[in-house]
Design a protein around this ligand. Sequence first.
Ligand SMILES: NC(=O)c1ccc[n+]([C@@H]2O[C@H](COP(=O)([O-])OP(=O)(O)OC[C@H]3O[C@@H](n4cnc5c(N)ncnc54)[C@H](OP(=O)(O)O)[C@@H]3O)[C@@H](O)[C@H]2O)c1
Length: 322
Amino acid sequence: MSSRPIRNIAIVGVTGQQGSHITSHLVAAGRHTITAITRADSVAAPPNGVKVSKVNYDDPQSLISALRNQDALIITMSVTAPPDTSEKLVRAAAEAGVPWILPNEWGIDGTNEKYGRECFLGPPNKAIRDLIGELGVSSWLAVACGFWYQYSLGTSQDMYGFDLQKREVIFYDDGNTKINTTTWEQVGRAVTGLLSLDGSELESKFKNKFAYVSSFNISQKDVFESVKRVTGTGDSDWKVEYVPSEERVAQGMKALQEGGRYAGFAKVLYGRSLFPNGDGNFEAKHGLVNAMLGLPKEDLDECTKEAIQLSNKIAQGKSGGH
Ligand SMILES: NC(=O)c1ccc[n+]([C@@H]2O[C@H](COP(=O)([O-])OP(=O)(O)OC[C@H]3O[C@@H](n4cnc5c(N)ncnc54)[C@H](OP(=O)(O)O)[C@@H]3O)[C@@H](O)[C@H]2O)c1
């Protein structure tokens, strides 16, 4: 069933941080009919070229109707959505007979269960993939992209360790551990490429599997070099600190226990992903889909500039970040 070509795609989060970039690349490619699955009371305005299905997550029939005749459901759901929202979508997708689901992953290597458990993201994501399997109708294709580069550099020091406004950086261990990190744009291109594959190729290569995509395989020190180039600063302009990654995780756990939900979680997640054992470097273990999909090489310094713009906007109170 899932080997038929993908024509109709439903997306949750067409105006969201990640979903908007997936949507714009799908629309630009012009190969699919795109439908936004959006809450009835959402103030978001889906872009031109996208059909709209208003849903109520407490009304399964509204989800099933919205998903009928869709070949793929892409879920990019806010981290603040109620935790059972993905489950409701997946159950409705099975009722509606949707062959493919791209679940709400967009991050870590979900095949590494120990790492997933230790940074908390693994078990809930696995539960959704398992549920899709148990329901026995849809196949899943999970996109692992590592951390979003500009967002992780520009939003908070709890992530890649940089405070771009104060010119402070905290390196985990020696700062030389390499991980994969990706731009929203590259994820958008990857999803468009994957869902444009011939149905049998999609099935043979990606049925119930991860697709690994990356913009850069870099360390905090590599990021620092880029930040210095872009800002025209030198080492002496920066306050530099070193913290063992295990200690960073312990700081995050303590913050979580004290009620600092986002700061604590980010410290645990990024600290754990930068363990020198290579858990955050999925490219080394699994390879990437970049070449197969013809994804472009991106310019690190250009992306660093965008992170600095994001940081400036946040400092001026114009943008949030989650
Ligand atoms: N790799 C990374 O660095 C990284 C970082 C953060 C998150 N992520 C992952 O990416 C996913 C998507 O994050 P994002 O930041 O792109 O999402 P987002 O922009 O915060 O939100 C996406 C969409 O979720 C819907 N939504 C918001 N609140 C909701 C609610 N209460 N109930 C139901 N739907 C709701 C909205 O759609 P409508 O208004 O149209 O209904 C919104 O456009 C996350 O869940 C996480 O798994 C990855």
